[in-house]
Design a binder for this molecule. Sequence first.
Ligand code: GRF
Length: 218
Amino acid sequence: MGKLKLGVLVSGNGTNLQAIIDRIKEGKLSASVEIVISDNENAYAIERARHGNIPVHTVSYKSFASREKAEDRVMEILGKYNVGLVVLAGYMKLLTKHFISAFPMRIMNIHPAILPSFPGINVIQKALEHGVKFTGCTVHFIDEGADTGPIIIQAVVPVKDNDTEETLAQRIHDKEHIIYPIAIQLFADNRLILKGRRVFVKGYEYSQRQPSINPYNL
Ligand code: GRF
């Protein structure tokens, strides 16, 4: 079996794309980024793809009569590159049923909160304002809801009293860059088993207790 072929969809900075490219280069992620698609021609992620010698396409939704027509173009490109997993990495367009049904359980997303808390946008600010003591990030499969699909992996980070949105975002992003490549590797190794809406990892055993109380060490 060949390496898992990824199509990465981006709209912005592309630090998650970068993490995936870097892990592949280091030999820690056995997959290949075949194509990067951006809906935004000014996304810095495009530079990152070019720097990694990865083909890039921009699909500007404005130039299509409907969202579905734009998605058809995206799907056409993904098909051309024989993509086995669609990786949403800061892609700011909601996908319709039309797209999602073409890639059943083959679209992943990363979200900067512990779902189902704080779905949607501006969630780091919302978590901070809400006063939660932990937040984090979630990799999940896409279903037809907004941030509702089966959860693959989550990482928590503490919220500190002196956090700003920026410091908290940085702590979350550092964890995103760790867990997204792990989720992709598990998919590549066929280790993700879906039962109902729960995702189990074949052969995984808990070995260590992690601290889960914050604040602690009082
Ligand atoms: C990340 O916070 C991710 O959780 C969210 O969009 C952001 C993308 O950041 N979906 P980047 O473009 O990968 O730097």
